[in-house]
Design a protein around this ligand. Structure first.
Ligand code: SER
Length: 316
């Protein structure tokens, strides 16, 4: 039986993925960890450890103690926040990954998941239907660390046989845990403000298209990739995954269908330049072929769930 360790279980992805993994592998077989305390639904349903990814020895102790066979390494600083603290963010995003790769190699952990991002692309990348392989010239701390990370996982795969699976996530939208400091996070904030204030001031221009995905689709894709047969996987670094493509004005119209009085204004900040350097849509045909990537949610279906769930949260 596999034993799983999730690093960064209190974050946007971890807080949902951990619970899904516990359903699949059994609560006691999924050890959750984070640098900070996580929600009760995680700490009370299975093992939990406080862990800093920059303290590799302590992570290794936990791996040995629990007999871990698979690690999901989700701890990272997102694009907007990383611009505010470039070097500390580089340490967490890059040194954090290298230490874990080295440990996975040394302790012969069977499989690692590590998220990459559309942030690996840059201004010279084809902007529409961005292919898996193309010019990549990221100009953010976050994007540079993700691209370097992709090369490192490919290196560890080739040189040491470390089996790392990775997805270039588009913007991820969820209601359980709010995202923290990403450029795509307007598409999370907007739903919270719609419910709490009836209006939203967007930090990106109304026509800024970006690739996006609803969290249930992201969780499903992640687990599908981790379960895929190794001999079916043709990408050595990280898979393009597209989901949908929409702009703030599309979200505005989608929310207005449910809440006709909702209003939205625009005050773009430094994140506009980051968004402008990223693709508008992604070609994910290789993931569809290799491991049957598929999506259930479009923008309107997601809007309905986001509004209903956030409303429930504030009614409690
Ligand atoms: N959602 C991330 C960000 O905006 C992109 O991977 O930083």
């Amino acid at each position: 039986m596999d034993k799983i360790l999730v690093l960064g279980c209190a974050g946007q992805i971890g807080s949902e993925l951990t619970l899904e993994l516990r359903k699949i592998y059994g609560d006691s077989n999924v050890c959750a960890s984070d640098i900070r305390q996580a929600d009760k639904d995680i700490t009370e349903s299975g093992p939990f450890e406080i862990l800093n990814v920059l303290e590799a020895n302590k992570v290794a102790e936990v791996v040995k103690k629990h007999g871990i066979t698979q690690i999901y390494h989700l701890a990272a600083i997102l694009s907007g926040n990383a611009e505010k603290k470039p070097l500390p963010s580089w340490d967490i995003n890059m040194k954090g990954l290298l230490d874990i790769l080295e440990m996975v190699k040394e302790l012969k952990v069977k499989r690692l998941f590590w998220p990459s991002s559309i942030a690996v692309f840059g201004p010279s990348t084809p902007i529409k239907n961005t292919p898996q392989q193309c010019v990549m010239d990221p100009n953010t701390v976050y994007g540079i660390s993700k691209l370097a990370g992709e090369r490192w996982i490919a290196y560890y795969r080739k040189r040491y046989g470390v089996d790392t699976r990775s997805i270039r996530y588009p913007g991820l939208i969820s209601y359980k845990t709010e995202a923290g400091g990403g450029t795509t996070d307007y598409a999370v904030e907007v739903y919270y403000d719609a419910i709490q204030k009836g209006s939203y001031i967007c930090f990106l221009e109304k026509d800024t298209y970006l690739p996006m995905m609803f969290m249930p689709d992201a969780i499903k894709a992640t687990i599908q990739l981790m379960h895929a047969d190794a001999d079916k996987l043709t990408v050595e670094d990280s898979y393009n995954v597209g989901g949908m493509s929409f702009c703030p004005d599309d979200v505005f119209k989608s929310i207005q269908k449910e809440m006709p009085n909702f209003t939205m204004d625009y005050e773009p900040d430094f994140r506009q330049a980051i968004a402008n350097s990223w693709p508008q849509s992604i070609d994910d045909s290789i993931a569809r072929n290799d491991w049957n990537l598929s999506f259930e949610y479009d923008l309107d279906a997601m809007t309905k769930v986001m509004l209903a769930e956030i409303k429930k949260k504030f009614e409690k």
